[in-house]
Design a protein around this ligand. Sequence first.
Ligand code: DAH
Length: 360
Amino acid sequence: MDGLDALRAKVLEAVSSAKDEAALEELRVATVGKKGEVSLKMRELGRMTPEERQVAGPALNALKDEVNAALAAKKAGLADAALNERLQTEWLDVTLPARSRRAGTIHPISQVSDEVTALFADLGFAVAEGPQVESDWYNFDALNIPSHHPARGEMDTFYMSREDGDERPPHVLRTHTSPVQIRSMLAQGAPLRVICPGRVYRADYDQTHTPMFHQVEGLAIDRDISMANLKWVLEEFVKAFFEVDDVELRFRASHFPFTEPSAEVDIRCSWEGGQLKIGEGDDWLEILGSGMVHPKVLEAGGIDPTEWQGFAFGMGIDRIAMLKYGIPDLRAFFDSDLRWLRHYGFAALDQPNLYAGLSR
Ligand code: DAH
């Protein structure tokens, strides 16, 4: 039969160069499909003499089988190649960590609270806590701030509302951590050594004030306690907290209703080139209020002032965090901006302790 060899060569070449399964299917239809080239040749068998047919029949059948086999082999090859390509591009490294390494950081306030707690724990102070919604007795009266005392007005207090007709004084969002002094005295009696870190609230908002901020209160009650003990404790604290060998503290006479005498404490520092250095220079930085616990406050806490004395202090945690870590705007502490948190935040495993160094 004429042209069989040429047809065979042409079809096998087309099969081997087919790009994908669709091209292969097109080729199958065009050759061994009902109206394909090979099938049309088979139809010609009917018009042949028996002798011709005896030769052409087996040759055409062989060609048809050969083409079908080539199509099947090529199809399997293309499917393998497609699978391989998918395996390459959809490759997944199951050993990769599920989260990126710095998914979260410790907020500077948490870090500094932990630092302060570690330092005072080393000096024998336990941590005490109280509620953030506080009664006006704990927040004011018990601390020698009676109603109509001007200090109540100065504190920009948030009052909780009472139901109509309820004449009792409203609760407040505590304006300082000092009420925890009273709670600790009532719960534990004397002698007593506690610090009380926590959230406090005042209606105020600018670069250095936010309506919610953090304080830490300190209270030590014992026999024969004096301002000298207060001074030593604060010096130890400031040196360790700011990680300097020497500091100078200045006690400035002041007034707080809950202490007598009262002092505001400044530390010697310099601001050369905008960089704060603690312990040297000609500037003073106010860091806390303090004093000897007022006898009326001891009494409110159920402690006999003729037998016991104590010192107390209150310090802004946000403020000392800003100073230690060079953070310029207090409001950014509470913006939850991830870029800020990644920049100023601490690694989760950097637990402050006195042996490793506080801020490392
Ligand atoms: N409670 C004061 C405030 O919020 C801070 C303070 C001053 C606390 C003197 C004290 C203290 O314990 O002795 O401004």
